[in-house]
Design a binder for this molecule. Structure first.
Ligand SMILES: [Zn+2]
Length: 242
C-alpha cells in the first residue's frame, strides 16, 4: 500500500481498498462513476490508494508518462498531470464503438481526474504592479517555489529587456551602475531566496519585492503570495471537444 505520499487527499473518499489489484481498484472507479447525487453528480471519490494505483497503470519513462509516474511513486502532484490525463482521455474518444477495455480505461482516468480536482493544494503566485496606481497582473503561478521562480526569472529578464532595450549604458569600470544593472542586481537577490519559506501559512504569507528607480517616483513591485486552493481550481479541465 502506498498511502497518500506527498500530496494532501480530499477530505471525503471511499474507504481504503483491501487490495490494490485492478479489480478492486476498478470497483472504486465504477462506484464513483455510477452513484449520482454527490460530487459532480457522481459517487464518492476514489481512495488515495486507488488513485495512485490508477496513475501507475499509465506511468512510463517518457514525457507522457512521467507525471503519472511522479504521482504513482511518491504521490507528487504536478501541473502537467492534468493535461497528461486529458491527452490520454482524448486518445480514447475517437473510437466509434468503444470496446469494454476502452470504457474501463476512460472510467479509471475520469475517476482519477475527479479525485485530483478535489485535492487541496497550495499555489505560489507572483503579481507585478508596474506603478502604485496600476492593477496587479499575475506573472508567475505554480505549485512549488522552484517552478514559480523559473517563471519569475523569465518574466524579470523580459521586463529588463523591455525597460532598457539598449542594454547596459555605462562603462564596466564605472562604479555608478546604470538602471538596468541595478535592476538586475535586485532581481538576482529576489530569485536567490526563498521569500516566504516553504512552511509559510497559505493566504497570510506574502512578500513584496520593490525596485526603487532613480528616474521615477513610482517603484514597480512584485508580490509573492501563497494561496490555498484545489488542484481542479488551479488547473481546470479544458472544455470538451465539439
Ligand atoms: Zn549597466
Amino acid at each position: 500500500m502506498r498511502g497518500p505520499g506527498t500530496h494532501t487527499p480530499p477530505a471525503d473518499t471511499q474507504p481504503q481498498p483491501a487490495h490494490n489489484d485492478s479489480v478492486t481498484v476498478m470497483r472504486q472507479a465504477h462506484r464513483w462513476n455510477r452513484e449520482p447525487g454527490t460530487w459532480r453528480e457522481h459517487g464518492p471519490l476514489i481512495h488515495p490508494e486507488a488513485a495512485r494505483e490508477i496513475a501507475a497503470w499509465w506511468q512510463s519513462p517518457g514525457p507522457a508518462g512521467l507525471p503519472f509516474a511522479a504521482f504513482a511513486s511518491t504521490g507528487t502532484l504536478t501541473a502537467d498531470l492534468a493535461p497528461a490525463i486529458e491527452r490520454e482521455l482524448s486518445d480514447l474518444t475517437g473510437a466509434a464503438h468503444l470496446d469494454p477495455e476502452t470504457r474501463e480505461a476512460r472510467t479509471a482516468l475520469r475517476a482519477l481526474r475527479a479525485y485530483l480536482d478535489a485535492c487541496p493544494v497550495t499555489v505560489w503566485r507572483v503579481t507585478h504592479t508596474p506603478t502604485p496606481t496600476a492593477d496587479p497582473a499575475i506573472v508567475a503561478s505554480a505549485l512549488t517555489w522552484p517552478t514559480t521562480r523559473e517563471a519569475l526569472h523569465a518574466h524579470l529578464d523580459e521586463y529588463a529587456a523591455t525597460q532598457w532595450p539598449a542594454g547596459c549604458d555605462t562603462d564596466q569600470n564605472d562604479t555608478d551602475h546604470c538602471h538596468r544593472c541595478r535592476f538586475q542586481h535586485d532581481a538576482a537577490g529576489w530569485l536567490a531566496g526563498d521569500p516566504l519559506g516553504f512552511d509559510a501559512t497559505p493566504d497570510t504569507a506574502a512578500h513584496t519585492f520593490r525596485h526603487e528607480r532613480a528616474d521615477h517616483n513610482a517603484a514597480p513591485t512584485w508580490r509573492v503570495e501563497r494561496h490555498a486552493t484545489t488542484y481542479g481550481a488551479e488547473f481546470p479541465p479544458s472544455p470538451p471537444a465539439p
